[in-house]
Structures are given as C-alpha cells and as structure tokens.
Design a protein around this ligand. Structure first.
Ligand code: FES
Length: 108
C-alpha cells in the first residue's frame, strides 16, 4: 500500500490527498480551491501560476513552453510553476499568489 501524496495550499491552509501524478491544478479544482486557469490547463496562459514552498525538486521538470508562459506571470519566483503543468509525486506545500486585479475587486 502506498501513501498518497498530500498538497497543502496556502494561503487557505487546506491540505488534500491526491493520486500520484495528479496535476496540482486538478488537485485544487477537485477540492474547491480556486486557482485561475484561463486557458483550461493547456500551458497557454500564466494565470495558474503557483509558488512551490516545499517539494519543488520532486516535481516533473519544466518544459520550455511552461518556462515561456511563466515568464509572463506576476510575481515570478525561483520556485514558481504553472499548476496545470506539475505532476504531484510527493508531499507539497504550494502558495497561490494574490493577483494584482484582486486588490481592486476583492470580494472579501
Ligand atoms: S491554466 Fe493556462 S497555463 Fe495553466
């Protein structure tokens, strides 16, 4: 029996268990955690940008396409990824960065 990897999403601090190989975006959406995904997970936007706090080295390698898209993301960091392009293989902690547009029309 293998343990399923867990992903903790910040800032909501929600932890979910997923099948190995699940894209981080799917893991979030399946658990009602909001990550923008304007292109529907096709590596054609940068709205699903996340920052990997723990477990960055366990993820599949970035493709050139992902790198190109990521360059457009707001608040890019050394451990930024596109959530739809990363497969979960081990426990992760990821942060969903605030979007600049959220500051203007934050519903809370
Ligand atoms: S949803 Fe567009 S690149 Fe991930």
């Amino acid at each position: 029996m293998s343990l399923m990897p867990k992903i903790k999403f910040l800032p909501s601090d929600v932890e979910v268990e997923v099948e190995e190989g699940t894209p981080i975006l799917d893991a979030a959406l399946d658990n009602d955690i909001h990550i923008d995904h304007n292109c529907g997970g096709n590596c054609a936007c940068s709205t699903c940008h996340i920052i990997v706090i723990e477990g960055f080295d366990t993820l599949n390698e970035m493709t050139e396409d992902e790198q190109d898209m990521l360059d457009e993301a707001e608040g890019l960091t050394e451990t930024s990824r596109l959530a739809c392009q990363c497969e979960t293989r081990a426990n992760l902690i990821v942060k969903i960065p605030p979007k600049e547009s959220d500051w203007e029309n934050d519903p809370f």
